[in-house]
Write a protein that binds this ligand. Structure first.
Ligand code: MG
Ligand code: MG
Length: 277
């Protein structure tokens, strides 16, 4: 008996259903970002994300992950991804990555950003952390721009790695990667944030992927904490994580988790995002 396998390519109608969860995800992250300041805890940020998602008619898809009870992942300093919100107040100079996602009517969004809290007493450290975040974010936009022109999915990782390599000494995590997204937050195909030999699937209308470079100021080796979730750098170096969910459609690409479809990041790279018709 043949096993019915869900195609990695969504129909135009399915792509339209992914617009709303993308925007709800974007709104929740914007609300969290606006609240970040020294003294606030990541548990308080978690509540803000949760309230925003629910108020917009969605639900947290992180809470649908087996064993996870929070709306965001909050990864501070040497934590790269999957940090669990806690009651430690944020401090000046912290580099903080927030990752979350919303499900609306059975379809998903997934996105992450990094911020560095100001600290006038440690200008050099803060500048290095800000540059790490800036390089990681720009690498994401280069990966998305590559997707817009790619024939095969591995061109995304090549673009990310080439960009980061040209910026200096940074580590690109290989233990964790991006993914397809749709009815599930995590689905095929895998999306590598670095160069791989295998070409991967064709980039063509209907492909929806979450691209999410995780970059460090040191090693690419990671350790998982005693909580079985938090991923930290093995050498204690600082880390950054940026992510967007992007749809490929017949007219072009559209960044589902950006309010402007990705225009601010893509226009400087010569790509004009096109709304999903
Ligand atoms: Mg994510
Ligand atoms: Mg993801």
């Amino acid at each position: 008996m043949a096993i019915l396998k869900r195609s990695i390519y969504k129909t135009p109608a399915e792509l339209r259903l992914m617009v709303r969860p993308g925007l709800v995800t974007a709104a929740s992250l914007a609300a969290v970002r606006a609240a970040i300041r020294p003294g606030i805890t990541t548990l308080e940020l978690d509540r803000i994300a949760q309230e925003t998602i629910v108020s917009l008619g969605g639900r947290s898809n992180f809470q649908l992950v087996e064993g996870y009870r929070h709306t965001i992942c909050a990864s501070v300093n040497d934590e790269v991804v999957h940090g669990i919100p806690n009651d430690r107040p944020l401090e000046p100079g912290d580099i903080l990555s927030i990752d979350d996602g919303a499900e609306v009517e059975g379809w998903n969004g997934d996105s992450a950003f990094t911020v560095v809290l100001a600290d006038a007493s440690r200008p050099a450290e803060v500048a290095a952390r800000q540059r790490l975040s800036d390089v990681t974010e720009a690498s994401l936009w280069h990966g998305i721009a590559a997707l817009a022109k790619a024939r095969h999915l591995n061109e995304v990782g090549t673009a990310i790695e080439e960009y980061i390599d040209a910026q200096g000494e940074f580590g690109i995590l290989t233990d964790y990667i991006g993914h397809g997204i749709g009815r599930s937050m995590h689905e095929a195909p895998p999306v590598f944030n670095y160069r791989v030999r295998a070409k991967g699937p064709d980039v063509k209308p209907g492909l929806v992927v979450a691209i999410e470079p995780m970059v460090t100021l040191g090693t690419t080796e990671t350790v998982v904490g005693d909580d079985d979730w938090t991923v930290s750098t093995a050498d204690g170096s600082m880390a950054s994580h940026w992510e967007h969910s992007i749809a490929v459609h017949a007219g072009g690409i559209w960044v589902l988790t950006a309010e402007d479809g990705g225009a601010s990041g893509l226009l400087p790279l010569g790509i004009t995002p096109v709304p999903i018709p």
